[in-house]
Design a protein around this ligand. Structure first.
Ligand code: CTP
Ligand code: MG
Length: 416
């Protein structure tokens, strides 16, 4: 690998104005990190470049993992180094690992995560053709006032002389290294350091998309832009609750007393729930020796709550409206039947499951010994991670009096 261009992405800042406990570059931006998104335009460049990422010391391993995952097969062309206390120190740490073949160096803020590839190309072209530093800038549209420092405007600055500058900022390697060898102060961008060394820096037209994510408002704007322009879809959550009573009569006689209605007549004749199972079915498992639940189906509240959560997250209604409580096809049906059908419906609607979490509220059966088994069965049916927890209500309410059981589920689904 002998690239003549290097891109140093500085991502070591804490992001104090954003206000997260994580360093800014690691904060999520529409399902991925700001850092990962900021690397997309670099990997989209036609030409071979050396990529150097300057990462925060406190979260170095995580940052490096994000870089490697984003790079994929291009991972060998990336070097990740630890940054410093100031932006300038972080850039210096990146410059220390430039390959010998590099002649043009671009410095880029990870915080400008939506910068288009064309902006990188324009800067590389300008540096290579002019042999001087080149930085992207935009005209200032607001009227700018000079103040006395205490909140009073004292003069209007001629904005035609001003440019709001962005990154990447590109320089011939020798000029940048010379400026960094003898810094005369701590500057917030590289052009200031190079210009201070008496070298010319030209401005090329920037792009509004290269704005810097600094505040929570900026992060929100970036997210909205990604959703609208790039078509990134955010995950959706859904909630589902279900409850069923324990069968009051012994299971076998209840089953005899409530024969399945003939197909076709069910909608007209069935209104009250009938005990259709002669064994307890819960969380996709059969519980021999336990009292069964009443219901048109097998009464598996865990499975039903999951279906409701998934349908709700996908905007497809709920169990009752989709399956119909009196549909003879689901007479006595086990939870698996509803789960498989729900999975088919949400997949058909273009969603995939992130995960499902469900809690069983029941005084009996004792769930803990079979939790792992239930999670395995439910995860297997849905092809996604399903976790199940269980609780009692300290003798309170219908679950506490063992009149029935209840389940609450939440689901995360991704569109597209
Ligand atoms: N940066 C860096 N090392 C530092 C400080 C800043 O690599 N010690 C990087 C940031 O990660 C960011 C870019 O320089 O990509 C621009 O800095 P800024 O937007 O000011 O980020 P932070 O310094 O992290 O944010 P804040 O000033 O709000 O704390
Ligand atoms: Mg800063």
């Amino acid at each position: 690998m002998n690239p003549t261009v290097a891109v140093v992405v500085v991502a070591a800042g804490s992001g104090s104005r954003l206000g997260y406990s994580l360093p800014k570059a690691l904060v999520s931006l529409a399902q991925r990190s700001i850092l990962s998104r900021s690397l997309d335009p670099v990997f989209a460049l036609q030409r071979e470049v050396q990529l150097i990422v300057v990462a925060p010391q406190t979260h170095f391993a995580l940052a490096e993992q994000m870089v490697r995952e984003t790079a994929g097969r291009a991972s060998e062309s990336c070097t990740v180094v630890i940054g410093g206390r100031s932006r300038q120190e972080s850039v210096a740490a990146g410059l220390a690992v430039l390959l010998p073949s590099v002649e043009t160096v671009l410095i880029h803020d990870a915080a400008r995560a939506l910068t288009p590839t064309s902006q990188f190309e324009a800067i590389i072209d300008a540096v290579e053709s002019e042999g001087v530093g080149a930085i992207p800038g935009l005209p200032v549209s607001d009227t700018i006032k000079r103040t006395d420092g205490f909140g009073t405007a004292v003069a209007t600055v001629d904005r035609s002389e001003l440019s709001a500058v962005q990154t990447p900022q590109g320089f011939p390697r020798a000029q940048l290294e010379a400026a960094y060898a003898n810094p005369t102060g701590d500057f917030t961008d590289d052009a200031a350091l190079v210009a201070d060394a008496g070298l010319r820096v030209m401005i090329v037209h920037g792009d509004p998309l290269a704005f810097k994510i600094t505040t929570p408002w900026d992060l929100r704007r970036a997210e909205q832009l990604l959703i609208a322009a790039v078509g990134v879809a955010l995950p959706r959550t859904g909630l589902g609750v279900d409850a069923h009573a324990f069968a009051s009569a012994p299971a076998a006689s209840a089953a005899v007393a409530a024969p399945a209605p003939a197909a076709g007549l069910a909608a007209a004749t069935t209104s009250a729930p009938a005990t259709t199972a002669d064994e307890l079915w819960l969380a996709g498992l059969c519980w021999p020796g336990e009292t069964p639940l009443e219901g048109h189906s097998d009464g598996d509240v865990v499975a039903h709550a999951i279906c409701d959560a998934l349908l709700s997250a996908s905007g497809l209604g709920d169990l009752g409206s989709v399956f119909g409580t009196s549909d003879p096809r689901f007479d006595g049906a086990h939870g698996e039947v509803f789960l498989v059908e729900t999975l088919r419906l949400i997949t058909e609607a273009g969603f995939r499951i992130g995960n499902v979490s469900v809690q069983l509220v029941a005084a009996r059966p004792r769930f803990a010994p079979r939790r792992a088994e239930a999670e395995g069965v439910l995860s297997g049916i849905l092809g996604a991670r399903v976790t199940v927890s269980a609780t009692t209500t300290d003798g309170l309410g219908f679950t506490g009096r063992s009149e029935g059981v209840m389940a609450i589920a939440s689901a995360l689904v991704y569109p597209g």
